[in-house]
Design a binder for this molecule. Structure first.
Ligand SMILES: [Zn+2]
Length: 415
């Protein structure tokens, strides 16, 4: 396959030229300026008309549901949404129905996703007292829930203590202090109106202190990571602590004023913060102090949102356009920032075999972007099964139009 007339992100700059992929091996065969040599004659050509090719995106935090929640999302619909959003690899969270706590369930997931021919999906294992012992310390990706969210399994301090002493795996921690949440729930009765208060900033900061205390007390080879941080105070707490973290696009771009407008459509855990805190988070992002943006794509049906006030919003298809639109007009530094948080740093932390580099001999994991495309977010047009978005009606400039994984097109809006 030959991608012609493209703008190509090479290391830290954009060159104009052509990109030849080896269809069999799925690697980049060559990048060249003029299209003249004869050995291209038999190639399948796509004229990109100056669209931008960047390394494909990796989402280290999404919920693809399936099994007993296949009415919300299935691996098939979730994979389509991910590919449409420019992703080639996503990490699927384990607080499913049923929760992922055994090897049998991991095998069940792997069997379900085997023939998708789309994005790569890596399942996480849930860390709790019921997690299968043989698997617990060896499985490479685990998730701990210090606060209850969707699902009923809670991770105790003891679970984390045992884990970090016995494992060198990756542990992502959902930091919201459960006791504080429960106390607030009794104090404030309205589940919807008081949601942002019930799970206020203190619940994150307290839970983060707990995690830091556990880590300080013990020697560990675990790679510790904090999911969906919402406060710059949290970022400051993690400084020089050898713990990585991610931020979601909704915490970066929405605040409690939006919650008043959105109601249940803006309800997620952790909740939206006040305008000042959101502004500081956005500033931290623009200054390059946030290493990873993860979607926390968490679909529920419209009925479940309205009738049961479920927490969680979809995000796989809107994250890249939201960042492209927010940072416009785009210069090289801003494009670099977007690639860092969505492609380069997620790969590094997850030790991905695909390096996310566009160069000869590298795996062709690519996202092609139309920087000039202006499109309105419409839930009904999304691939996610839930078919709604907290960004409904928002016009965004800059959209992914094609996603290539290992040299093969897995999403195509171009033709
Ligand atoms: Zn989540």
């Amino acid at each position: 396959m030959l991608l012609t007339n493209a703008k190509i992100w090479v290391t830290d700059r954009i060159i104009e030229g052509n990109l030849l992929l080896d269809d069999e091996s799925g690697v980049i065969q060559s990048i060249f300026k003029s299209s003249s040599s004869t050995n291209e004659q038999n190639e399948f050509k796509i004229n990109l008309r100056k669209k931008l090719i960047i390394p494909s995106l990796i989402d280290i935090h999404c919920h693809l549901r399936d099994f007993n929640e296949s009415h919300k999302e299935t691996y098939q619909t979730g994979a389509k949404a991910a590919a449409a959003g420019g992703y080639t690899h996503v990490f699927d969270m384990p607080n499913k129905q049923p929760a992922v706590i055994s090897n049998k369930q991991i095998q069940g997931i792997n069997k379900t996703i085997k023939n998708l021919n789309s994005v790569k999906i890596t399942p996480f294992l849930l860390l709790c007292s019921e997690t299968e012992e043989l698997l617990k310390y060896k499985y490479p990706f685990l998730k701990a829930y210090l606060g209850l969210t969707t699902g009923n399994y809670l991770t105790t301090e003891l679970d984390i203590q045992n884990f970090i002493q016995n494992s060198s795996s990756f542990l992502s921690v959902h930091c919201e202090d459960n006791e504080l949440i429960e106390r607030n729930k009794i104090k404030m009765k309205d589940e919807l109106k008081d949601h942002c208060e019930i799970r206020g900033a203190e619940t994150e900061l307290t839970s983060l202190s707990t995690l830091l205390r556990i880590k300080n007390e013990l020697k560990s080879n675990t790679t510790l990571h904090v999911a969906h941080l919402t406060l710059t105070r949290s970022i400051d707490m993690l400084k020089n602590k050898n713990i990585s973290f991610e931020v979601t696009p909704h915490h970066l771009l929405l605040n409690r004023d939006d919650y008043t407008r959105l109601g249940v459509w803006g309800k997620m855990n952790p909740p939206l913060r006040n305008k000042n805190e959101q502004g500081m988070l956005l500033k931290a992002f623009l200054e390059g102090r946030i290493p990873i943006i993860a979607t926390d794509h968490a679909p529920h049906t419209k009925e479940e949102k309205v009738n049961s006030l479920r927490a969680g919003v979809p995000g796989l298809e809107t994250t890249l356009p939201l960042l492209l639109d927010k940072l416009k007009p785009l210069d090289i530094q801003k494009i670099q920032l977007i690639i860092d948080v969505l492609a380069t740093n997620p790969r590094k932390i997850m030790k991905s075999s695909s390096r996310g580099i566009i160069a000869e001999g590298e795996v062709a994991d690519l996202t092609i972007i139309d920087l000039n495309m202006i499109k309105e977010v419409k839930g009904e047009n999304l691939y996610t099964k839930c078919n709604w978005s907290p960004w409904e009606g928002k016009k965004l400039k800059g959209w992914p139009v094609m996603t290539i994984r290992e040299g093969r097109i897995i999403h195509n809006d171009l033709f």
